[in-house]
Design a protein around this ligand. Structure first.
Ligand SMILES: Cc1cc2nc3c(=O)[nH]c(=O)nc-3n(C[C@H](O)[C@H](O)[C@H](O)COP(=O)(O)OP(=O)(O)OC[C@H]3O[C@@H](n4cnc5c(N)ncnc54)[C@H](O)[C@@H]3O)c2cc1C
Length: 383
């Protein structure tokens, strides 16, 4: 069987694999291929291209990912409706005034985190995520602290559990107590940084990699005589010196057979629905539910359809809709691995690199991780 040989292979064309490919091409590094059956991965749009089924929002501080996404409607905190213990309220509920000092404290904490997080992201271009975390005592402590303990220690429990817990439950699909404090603050940044819906510039991403794209799936990686041999679903064998694995954590673990435990997985059943919603759920742009609820979120879309996220496989839609039609169902299982503080190393062997959202979840960090892997191959990193 003919064996094609390249200097570098990227496995996976989600935002982290694309970040790697983009950076290599920017540096006129041409001797690589990207293997994936799709472009975008967990950025997944509806047929009409109006609704994003996977990653849903970008923040104004997503400076790097910006080249692959087009900003959409702003998601304003004032348009969110919270549901806790059968009580429905908006941001200007009396709770916010009762806990006003906690709110101020939370904003200060988030502003401090944002400052550190911004320089962390810059450092992550040239040094691995783990090294960057370890070299910053503040972020390292956050990463290794439980979010719930952090919230109690900072005495911001009421404001967090009346507002952020619902927002995090709807976006991280996990209760706060399962997150580390870094990820908790990371997912809470929308409180101080503008957030937008987006459209993936898929065609631009395809155009960027099309001459380097092998539409296939990797089944196995073998290491022989200092070279890697990749076996694909279409029965191809591809040989290379460097591999960048940019698949979802669970797949990466299987492909690389590494022993380090992953972070805890978070899952959600997602339904894209059209129909007439009941008045109780038709107030804001998104309904968010407390973390004891099996419901996660209902987000009203620009085309008057709804994204419905729940822990239930067969939810009682009649509770929420007068009439409805399911346009698309997807079980994100897992959507991401986000619970706890386990870290997975970047370097998994000689010239074998692992990127993606193993350690930090989200488009921007995944994209930066891809750029870092490219910098490693280009000999531009400092570690
Ligand atoms: C429902 C949901 C909502 C989210 N919301 C947000 C949000 O609002 N904002 C945000 O920033 N982030 C959000 N995220 C997280 C974000 O989508 C991910 O962190 C990010 O997309 C990870 O990118 P990735 O490239 O590492 O992985 P992926 O996007 O999963 O890409 C992996 C790639 O690997 C390919 N692949 C898999 N197996 C193989 C194989 N065997 N061989 C070859 N290729 C393979 C896949 O086809 C894919 O192309 C959300 C995720 C989900 C699921």
């Amino acid at each position: 069987m003919a064996v094609n040989t390249y200097k570098t292979i990227i496995i996976g064309a989600g935002i982290s694999g694309l970040g790697c490919a983009h950076k290599l091409l920017e540096n006129n590094y041409d001797n690589f291929r990207i293997i994936s059956s799709d472009i975008g991965g967990r950025i997944l749009e509806s047929k009409s291209k109006d609704v994003e089924y996977g990653a849903y929002y970008i923040m104004s501080i997503y400076h790097n990912t910006a080249s692959f996404v087009k900003r959409g409607r702003r998601i304003k905190p004032t348009n969110l409706i919270f549901h806790k213990n059968n009580h429905t309220y908006g941001i200007f509920d009396k709770k916010i005034f009762t806990h006003f000092f906690q709110l101020i404290k939370l904003i200060f904490i988030l502003r401090k985190f944002k400052k550190y997080y911004e320089s962390f992201k810059t450092n992550c271009l040239y040094s691995s995520q783990i090294n960057c975390l370890k070299s910053d005592a503040y972020l390292w402590k956050l990463y290794n602290s439980n979010a719930d303990s952090f919230v109690k220690e900072k005495q911001i429990k009421e404001i967090v559990y009346d507002y952020l817990a619902e927002a995090l439950h709807g976006t991280a699909f996990m209760p706060i107590k399962s997150l580390n404090a870094f990820e908790f603050l990371h997912f809470s940044l929308p409180l101080i940084a503008p957030v937008y819906e987006f459209n993936f510039k898929k065609q631009e991403a395809i155009n960027l990699v099309k001459t380097h794209w092998i539409k296939d799936k990797v089944m196995e990686i073998k290491n022989k005589n200092r070279k890697y041999y990749i076996l694909t679903k279409n029965k191809k064998i591809i040989c290379c010196e460097n591999i960048v694995v940019a698949t979802p954590p669970i797949i990466s673990k299987k492909l690389l057979k590494f022993k380090q435990p992953l972070r805890e997985p978070a899952s959600a059943h997602m339904f894209h629905l059209s129909g007439k919603i009941k008045n109780d759920w038709n107030k804001g742009e998104a309904n968010l539910f407390d973390d004891k609820n099996r419901m996660l979120a209902i987000a009203h879309q620009r085309d008057n359809s709804y994204l419905f996220y729940t822990k239930e496989e067969k939810p009682d839609f009649k509770r929420y809709f007068l009439n409805y039609k399911i346009i698309r169902y997807k079980y994100w299982n897992p959507a991401f691995n986000i619970g706890g503080s386990n870290l997975v190393e970047f370097k998994q062997g000689k010239n074998l690199y692992l990127i993606g959202d193993n350690n930090i979840c989200g488009l921007e960090d995944s994209y930066i991780y891809g750029m870092y892997a490219a910098n490693k191959i280009l000999g531009k990193t400092i570690d």
